[in-house]
Design a binder for this molecule. Structure first.
Ligand SMILES: [Ca+2]
Ligand SMILES: [Ca+2]
Length: 427
């Protein structure tokens, strides 16, 4: 059974990638003998080591420059630029079941955190259900009030895996919540396509207009008989990580695949929601269940797909909008949990997306995260030596045929490989 983003059922190891695969992956690059775009590479700059299973990285947006690191067992710790502060910012270990794909899986700070002190967490409770809860900071800015928890949503989980866990506030101020399809394999309950359940969805709720939350009136399924009105988009297997482009408001939703394909989906900022990303009808660009005639034309297909010769569990990242690494500007960074590959992707100027390997690491990449200024980090998941690394550009080659170095203006250049299909194409 294919496990999701955190499902380590094997001794962590690199998948064997043959020369044939590399050629497949970068055929244009190597057949032409010159990189034509995106020749930037990155290195991983160690920020902090010795953590236990870091699975999310975020910031409070309060100008203090701290990184908040979510540890799967149930703690959030602060890195203040020098060290991890003790005691933890939050410790809800007693409320959380962890291990495998369960645990404290994500956190997001309210856009007006400076004024209201609210932040939100996603965890699996002791019964295995997914819980979205709000907490408040205490009078000490480095400590949350552990007694302040208010549960917004409890979503029963039929199986231990595929619990989602991402929380992000959108540019509209609403809280977006990623929830997996419930688990097992192949989505046996067909939750992804069932608008009557919150499983297999991205949810969108308003945490400011009522207690504990209200449904935004323009959510796409408001008033639909039999549909849960919290749903923003659907047809997802395990959207372990999604993010918003802090410049444009566009949304990237990475969805962990079943047996064959990993994918990243794109939702433009002007979307009104309701996208059906296809699972379990499709996995990547291929029919899954049913095995043929799976797309009636309403499905939103991914912008990026890779198969299981390349990796086994996609970890969605962020579009780089920081200032310290100009050659990464505009690149959407993402990785694979199993192989440690990190890619950068951008529009190809032809209606698709191009992507290239930025680094082939030995890390088990559980998450990416942004700091307040848009610099990007990722976590290596390990029970005893988990770590946070900052993404830093290390070099750009100068043999570029097009002169593009991935600096955001490279539309039209030929990519290393183009992992995209036109939206609406059908298997
Ligand atoms: Ca589950
Ligand atoms: Ca899909």
């Amino acid at each position: 059974m294919k496990l999701g983003a955190l499902g380590i059922r094997f001794t962590p190891r690199k998948l064997v990638r043959s020369a044939t695969l590399t050629a497949l992956f970068c055929g244009l690059l190597f057949s032409s003998g010159a990189a034509s775009w995106g020749a930037v590479t990155i290195r991983a700059k160690a920020v902090v080591t010795g953590l236990s299973n870091p699975v999310d990285i975020t910031h409070a947006g309060d100008g203090l420059g701290r990184l908040f690191i979510v540890l799967q067992g149930g703690r959030i710790v602060i890195f203040n630029g020098l060290q991890i502060l003790a005691p933890p910012f939050l410790d809800i270990t007693s409320l959380v079941s962890s291990g495998g794909e369960r645990g404290l899986l994500g956190a997001a700070f309210h856009p007006n955190y400076v004024a209201n002190g609210f932040f939100y967490v996603s965890y699996t409770d002791v019964a295995g259900a997914s819980v979205i809860a709000r907490y408040s900071v205490s009078s000490d800015p480095d400590r949350a009030d552990p007694t302040s928890g208010v549960i917004l949503l409890t979503i029963p989980q039929p199986f231990s895996n595929h619990n989602g866990g991402q929380l992000q506030f959108g540019p509209d101020g609403y809280l977006y919540i990623g929830i997996g399809d419930g688990g097992s394999g192949g989505d046996p309950q067909n939750n992804g396509q069932d608008l009557g359940t919150l499983l297999g969805k991205i949810l969108r709720i308003d945490v400011d207009s009522g207690f504990p939350f209200t449904v935004p009136p323009d959510n796409p399924f408001v008033g639909f008989v039999g549909a849960r009105e919290e749903i923003w988009s659907f047809g997802l297997r395990n959207p372990w990580r999604f993010s918003f482009d802090r410049l444009t408001g566009d949304m990237f939703v990475a969805d962990v695949g079943q047996n064959s394909y990993e994918e990243v989906n794109f939702q433009p900022a002007n979307s009104t929601g309701g996208e059906n990303y296809g699972w379990r009808l499709m996995e990547g660009n291929s029919c899954f269940n049913p095995a043929s005639n799976c797309n009636n034309g309403t499905l939103t297909l991914p912008i990026l797909v890779y198969d299981h010769n390349v990796g086994c569990s996609v970890t969605g990242g962020y579009r780089y909008r920081g200032s310290k690494n100009p050659n990464l500007n505009g690149l959407y960074l993402y990785g694979d949990f199993c192989t440690g590959l990190i890619w950068g992707s951008q529009e190809d100027g032809l209606g698709g997306w191009k992507t290239t390997v930025l680094s082939d690491t030995n890390f088990l990449i559980s998450t990416f995260g942004e700091d307040e200024s848009g610099e990007i980090y990722f976590a290596h998941r390990s029970a005893t030596d988990g770590a946070i690394y900052q993404v830093v550009e290390s070099s750009t080659t100068t043999n570029s045929a097009s002169g593009s170095s991935g600096g955001g203006g490279g539309g039209g250049a030929v990519g290393c490989f183009v992992a995209t299909v036109a939206q609406g194409s059908q298997e």
